[in-house]
Design a protein around this ligand. Structure first.
Ligand code: AOF
Ligand code: ZN
Length: 315
């Protein structure tokens, strides 16, 4: 299942509105098929892995990060394909909350005499498909807010100088985050100050042009989509994962609307003192409101900079 999760990561940023699923088919202890959801959302992971396995799928176990789909959609249903291929056992990380699946995939497999087990690497699968799952459960994208700041929470000098606060390794990591997003958003102020390209400067990603959005009351320039308010992102088709890259105004707007699910704080070992703070007013009335909201999920060094990943605690 760990390998299936890694495979599922390969499709991130290219499969929306579908999730990027991973699948590994194992027979007699050897892998006979591997697959992940293809760009545009089809073929599904299982179809790719079954195609590679061919006749070797008979009697094999399929490890899949999401419950196989139950009814034919834009392609055949994976539950049917697994049954037809003679798979003996399906191990799934999590069930699919999509109303056309939602347990029906497992029922179909069990009805055909296939052994079904659910729950392996569930937390990893939830993280990997958080965009799709948030879309299904809350009717909006999963929002990641990225902030690159000094030790004292500044993103620019009073003069506006901001290039660069964090080093190259931290900036490369941001490009990896961009590659996983379906859309990248910045505020009007950042657009005017930096005219960011928001491209993905990673080897192998030269042809990927991510969708770009501007949080603005006015019209968006060519190549950009205008978003009037944070809540409006719910209505965007094809966006499961949204990356908000600042600046202080956009960060504050999304935080004030409680629409940030994951915080990436890249912190350089520098002090700026007086300067531009990373986040504008979020309308806090008391410290009690601030406590208990964020929990540290991961922390990593990127060269001399440090990345802290926080997740919104929603209970
Ligand atoms: C799977 N394997 O690799 C993916 C699944 O629009 P369609 O016909 O492609 O179906 C989309 C639904 O299939 C999607 O909403 C989600 O529930 C599921 N995605 N299922 O068995 C996959 N990507
Ligand atoms: Zn499917």
């Amino acid at each position: 299942m760990e390998e299936a999760i890694v495979l599922g990561e390969r499709g991130r940023g290219q499969t929306a509105p579908n999730p990027s699923v991973g699948c590994v088919i194992v027979r007699n202890g050897g892998t006979v098929g591997r697959g992940w959801t293809q760009p545009g959302g089809r073929p599904h992971a299982e179809a790719v892995a079954l195609a590679e396995a061919g006749a070797q799928a008979r009697g094999a176990t399929a490890y899949v990060t999401l419950e196989p789909c139950a009814v034919p959609g834009r392609g055949p249903a994976c539950a049917d394909a697994l049954i037809e291929a003679g798979i003996a056992r399906v191990v799934a990380a999590i069930s699919d909350p999509f109303h056309h699946v939602n347990g029906d995939g497992f029922d179909k497999l069990r009805g055909a005499g296939i052994i079904v087990e659910v729950g392996a690497c569930a937390a990893e699968a939830e993280r990997s498909m958080a965009g799709f799952l948030t879309r299904q459960r809350l009717g909006r994208p999963f929002v990641t807010l990225k902030l690159a700041m000094s030790l004292d929470g500044r993103i620019a000098l009073p003069s506006g100088e901001s290039r660069w606060i964090t080093g190259e390794e931290a900036r490369t990591d941001v490009h990896r985050e961009r590659a996983r997003a379906d859309m990248i958003l910045v505020g009007r102020g950042t657009y005017q100050a930096d005219s960011p390209s928001l491209d993905i400067r990673l080897e192998g990603y030269e042809d990927r042009a991510p969708r770009r959005a501007l949080l603005t009351a006015g019209d968006a320039p060519e190549g950009w989509e205008a978003i009037r308010a944070p809540e409006a992102v719910a209505a965007l088709p094809g966006v499961n994962d949204l990356l908000v890259e600042g600046g202080a105004g956009a960060a504050a707007a999304f935080l004030a609307a409680d629409l940030v699910d994951r915080l990436l704080i890249y912190r350089a070992p520098i002090l700026i003192g007086a300067g531009k703070s990373a986040i504008g007013d979020i309308g806090l009335a008391s410290l009690a409101e601030a406590h208990g909201r964020w929990s540290l999920a991961e922390t990593r060094m990127l060269g001399i900079d440090r990345l802290d990943v926080y997740e919104r605690v929603r209970s």
